[in-house]
Design a protein around this ligand. Sequence first.
Ligand code: SAH
Length: 489
Amino acid sequence: MHKENSDTDTRNRSKKKSGSRCPVSHRCGGCQWIDMPYEQQLIKKQKRLKELLSPFGRIDPILGMEKPEHYRNKVHGAFGLDQKKQPIAGIYEEKSHRIISVEHCYLENEQGTAIIQTVRNLLRSFKIKVYDEDTGYGLLRHVLVRVGKRTGEIMVVLVLASPILPSKNNFVKALCSRHPEITTVVINVNDRRTSMVLGNRDIVVYGKGYIEDVLCGKRFKISPRSFYQINSVQTELLYERAVAYAGLTGKETVLDAYCGIGTIGLVAADRAKQVIGVELNKEAVRDAISNAAINKVGNIAFYQQDAGEFLGQLAEQKISPDVIFMDPPRAGSCEAFLNAAAACGSPRIVYISCNPETLARDLQFLVKKKYRVERMQGVDMFPFTEHVETVCLLSKLNAKQHIEIDLRMDELDLTDAEKKATYQQIQEYLLTQKGLKVSTLCIAQVKQKCGIIERESYRKSASENAKQPQCTKEKEEAIMEAFRHFGMI
Ligand code: SAH
């Protein structure tokens, strides 16, 4: 980020002082690691995950970004006056309420940063006053830009202290003529003396009032106030990994807890029997319901309720989801939720966390409740910052299920021969062609005999918990025949 032109001296001084490629990074605090090579950032994050989480099990290498800059799809500009009473737009200085002007930021979407500066430049000719926090006088408080990475749609939210924007239509015209990529403009009214950015009234002044984006092949509606992951590229990787961990076959009842606008549940829905989403925020639930309709997903329902309370009710009714996805805020989950998950006895929990400290605390709790951590992996959603997202698979301790889970985990790192057919495809082939029902364990045993896999994870888990059944000669031959059919041997 760098300071505005009117403050060039200070900018040069601070650049010299900090020696940073971003002259305001030491005041902004948004990107603690802006000067650290990206590879090193990933190593540090992996090390942190290891320190906190290795007592629970194996941690796969963190998934980094190919191009780690400008990933933020949501850009926020706070408006204020500089010492010469000129309007400035940027970010709040760390631990203060002073605004630092930002004309370039390595994290933000570049169109977003540019749109915010254009708004600032237009203020004078439209005689729009910037809001003064001390006196409560003035109009423009913040500008929020949200970008749909895949669709290219852009929403500009003008946060005003009152609903009336003078020469509204001409202002919007001037803004959109300079940035034709803008697809919608919304006025959000925040007339309270508060540090909250958004108020609770939206007035659409141009376009449809929301943007849409595409993640993992599904379309999502994003309103000015609903939560949406800020790094779209990495969110796809995160969700794909989470759904792979869930090992869905089409028969499962899935709970998407802390579901926001329903993203994870909707991505998983095609591969499950039914999905239930639970979320506290009313607007997010409304968006989630629209998103189910937009994507024509019929096997999903959303509830607005505290996730712990909701799962407690399921446990009381003896309803047990086969898979629980949980994606709580930074504070982590709560004992009510974790107790209820254990009481339900759900065989698999996929925990997505943006805070490894609270994740470690919650894993500790679940381990005491007879869950085992199977796999964990970091996903770098926030390059140049110290924050790290983690996805984690837990399973209920039970021999049979463990064998199944270990086998499905194997499908995440397949050899070339294995890629030719999944366990499910082989099972379907044998059932339809030979009328034979075979277990995934049998298939894995024959795979090993044929040298298709060398992994033995399922054996280990089986010997820990139970004796392993052996495949009959007839089934073994049929499975070999299926391998030949799929070109695996
Ligand atoms: N899974 C979503 C949202 C994750 S953010 C996604 O990937 O986009 C965490 C969500 O948890 C927020 O939407 C927040 O509103 C919700 N939340 C916070 N506390 C909650 C609670 N006690 N019960 C249910 N939802 C809660």
